[in-house]
Design a protein around this ligand. Structure first.
Ligand code: SF4
Ligand code: SF4
Length: 368
């Protein structure tokens, strides 16, 4: 894992506190979406399909900071929409840093050069830049030529100014393991702290639906990528067991409460990927009222192909706390890339969910 030791220790301390208190469900990363407006219109986006009156709404500084306090997660991922379009974002980021929470500011980077002076380098602040692969693939993914070059330039500029920078990459249909491996080499060469990589989630409201990868195909793709990665020293911004899960070696249940989402509608049930399940008025209500047992690969057809970090990174971290030797082994030697995979979840949809629309595959907006 490429995360600095200071951050790892502070997250470990938080996890131990939760265990000590006997908390069974607790948040690890708050997904804060202060607006849905974006300056791009990607084909697979599940966030920008709203009328103007919704796209014009913003969470205020007070609403954002109250949500951070209410939730208590040690990490806050600010996504959207495009967060840099929010005029009060610098104050929101500053307020979160003052609370000693780690902020991942997720951006497509088109405005980063213009807005960089609004921010100061800090161990608590990371710019997480959306890059879905090499130039050709990224520009196709965001439906606009030239975006890759502008984002790559912004990455170099932010690193040269002393900021922590990571890359967030979402994979879609038609990905090729060699291309992904070359992209991860490129990320390493750029000098970013780490790269987040996951298969896309098929948003029900995304304009394109034929671009998402099925779960089995995702696992096979990740096995090929990890095999190619041996000795190439990529910095992947995930826990070792989440990578093992991507390679099909772990069969986790989803823990969406690990990544609660707050946006202009309230607290989103159960995670930021499912948009039609309703909202809770407070974090407490979200934790108490959400029918968590109805979500996850085997539980809900809408979740069938999901391998997103918002559902499974917290499951992997929980497993690592219980099985540190297993986690250390995978961290040292990498995920297994051949042999049998962990069994696929067997659907057990109940009467309420079986009528839900079944979709062929999945996409993640992740943290862009
Ligand atoms: S996927 Fe991200 S960058 Fe693309 S339109 Fe949606 S919010 Fe904007
Ligand atoms: S499986 Fe994925 S989509 Fe379903 S609740 Fe979990 S994180 Fe959300």
């Amino acid at each position: 894992m490429s995360v600095p030791i200071r951050q790892q220790l502070s997250v470990a301390k938080y996890l131990l506190q939760q265990k000590f208190k006997g908390n069974k469900r607790y948040p690890l990363v708050l997904m804060l979406e202060p607006l849905f407006r974006c300056n791009l219109a990607c084909a697979g986006c599940g966030k920008i399909d709203y009328p103007d009156e919704i796209l014009n709404r913003r969470l205020s500084i007070d609403e954002c900071l109250a949500s951070v306090d209410e939730c208590g997660a040690p990490i806050v991922s600010i996504a959207g929409g495009e967060p840099l379009l929010h005029k009060e974002l610098p104050q929101i980021v500053e307020g979160i840093i003052q609370r000693k929470k780690y902020v991942y500011l997720c951006t497509n980077a088109l405005l980063l050069k213009k807005r960089i002076d609004d921010y100061k380098p800090s161990p608590y602040l990371t710019f997480s830049i959306h890059l879905d692969g090499n130039r050709e693939r990224h520009d196709a993914s965001v439906c606009q030529k030239g975006v890759f070059d502008r984002a790559a330039e912004a990455v170099e500029m932010a690193i040269s100014r002393g900021f922590r920078v990571t890359i967030n990459c979402t994979l879609f249909q038609g990905e090729n393991a060699e291309e992904i491996a070359a992209f991860l080499d490129y990320c390493k060469k750029l000098g970013v702290e780490g790269t987040t990589i996951a298969p896309g989630f098929s948003y029900e409201h995304a304009p394109a639906q034929d671009i998402f990868i099925k779960m089995r195909d995702s696992k096979e793709l990740f096995r090929k990528v990890f095999k190619l990665g041996r000795g190439r020293k990529w910095k992947l911004n995930h826990s070792s067991l989440y990578l093992d899960f991507l390679a099909g070696n772990q069969g986790y249940n989803c823990t969406p409460w690990g990544n609660p989402t707050r946006n202009i509608f309230g607290w989103q049930k159960p995670c930021y990927l499912l948009v039609d399940e309703g909202y809770a008025p407070s974090f407490k209500a979200l934790m108490e009222e959400t029918p968590w047992q109805k979500y996850g690969n085997s539980k809900n057809p809408k979740c069938a192909n999901c391998m997103a970090h918002c559902g499974y990174e917290a499951s992997a971290v929980e497993d690592a706390v219980k099985n540190p030797l297993k986690a250390a082994w995978v961290a040292l030697f990498g995920p297994r890339t051949d042999g049998p995979m962990a069994p696929e979840p067997v659907p057990e949809y109940d009467a309420d969910t079986v009528g839900a629309k079944t979709r062929p595959a999945i996409r993640i907006h992740a943290v862009d």
